[in-house]
Design a protein around this ligand. Sequence first.
Ligand code: HEC
Ligand code: HEC
Ligand code: HEC
Ligand code: HEC
Length: 168
Amino acid sequence: MRYLKLMFVLGFALAISSASFAQAKYIGANGCKMCHNKPEKGAQYAQWQKTGHSQAYAKLEDADKKNAECLKCHSTAGSVDKALLATIKVDEGVSCESCHGPGSLYKTASVMKNKELSLSKGMIEPTEATCKACHLGKKPEGHKEAKKPWNFAEFSKAIAHPDPTAKK
Ligand code: HEC
Ligand code: HEC
Ligand code: HEC
Ligand code: HEC
């Protein structure tokens, strides 16, 4: 009896600890679009679609689309552990969550409205280091030369998607 009780307590403790360590997963740009494509708030989804990031997978040759060595920088879904994939698709290219962190736990409006809470649930504030991991990371032998040398200010401007209503 005592033994059973102990097992119950242990099982309960395990359930709690695994719940609080729930891993944030990747939901894909469609999961952000419903809230982040309003023109009056900067239409982040549409802005992203205009950038090379959304085409980073589509532009690869067919054989390279299956090459893990390429996908680690050309596809968000291809750059992370398969266990972390929720609804994201490999063909989204470099998607929102490569820069903002996996969204499954912060995607609800009540969490998103609270920045500290969002950060505690996996949201990332991108910095230059986020970009450099791909832009200045180790590229395979014979990789195409970058068209321009890395410049954070200039490159950030080229992909910017600010919310004009956000208080800064
Ligand atoms: C249910 C609606 C909803 C969804 C889905 C959603 N967001 Fe948000 N997001 C918000 C709201 C609300 C805010 C607070 C600012 C505002 O009012 O627009 C916000 C703020 C943000 C911010 C700014 C944080 C800050 O304060 O600096 C980022 C970055 C962001 N969201 C990224 C994402 C990404 C990436 C996804 C998809 C993985 C996503 N959001 C999904 C509603 C949403
Ligand atoms: C460490 C990250 C990284 C890896 C690994 C990587 N790439 Fe890239 N790739 C980039 C970046 C960043 C760019 C954009 C270069 C720039 O600054 O113009 C790029 C650009 C390209 C372009 C040019 C796209 C265009 O618009 O002209 C091609 C083609 C390409 N990569 C193919 C590949 C292939 C094929 C592989 C695998 C064999 C690969 N890449 C692996 C980061 C990477
Ligand atoms: C290549 C990296 C990158 C990608 C991809 C990306 N973002 Fe961002 N995002 C940024 C950076 C950098 C900022 C500016 C952060 C700051 O203001 O400190 C930002 C800012 C934002 C903001 C806050 C805007 C504001 O002015 O408060 C929202 C919302 C947002 N992104 C949503 C998205 C969504 C949704 C997607 C995909 C459809 C996306 N982002 C794709 C890098 C990225
Ligand atoms: C997951 C890898 C990855 C990350 C993180 C990343 N990039 Fe990129 N970026 C790429 C690849 C790959 C390309 C080439 C896409 C293509 O043209 O096919 C690219 C292209 C670009 C381009 C040229 C294309 C355009 O639309 O003008 C700019 C500018 C750029 N990135 C800026 C940034 C900035 C700024 C950040 C950080 C806030 C960042 N990137 C983070 C992989 C990444």
